[in-house]
Design a protein around this ligand. Structure first.
Ligand code: ZN
Length: 62
């Protein structure tokens, strides 16, 4: 089973109906590729995705 990703901030949401980062309930299983961001302040990808919290993020969300 695929965990859904948040349409708003791309966070991959596990065991929840609500995004833990932005509190959005707009989740989709239609996403591709993911990155694990451990230290958002030192990550270029985090900067590009506008990520401020560590976690798993989808690269492409539809
Ligand atoms: Zn979110």
């Amino acid at each position: 089973m695929t965990d859904p990703a948040c349409r708003n901030c791309h966070r991959i949401v596990e065991d929840s109906e609500t995004c833990p980062v932005c509190r959005s309930t707009s989740l989709t299983e239609n996403w591709r590729g993911y990155v694990v961001i451990i230290d958002p302040k030192r990550s270029k990808i985090a900067e590009k995705l506008n990520v401020e919290h560590p976690g798993k993020y989808a690269l492409k969300v539809r």
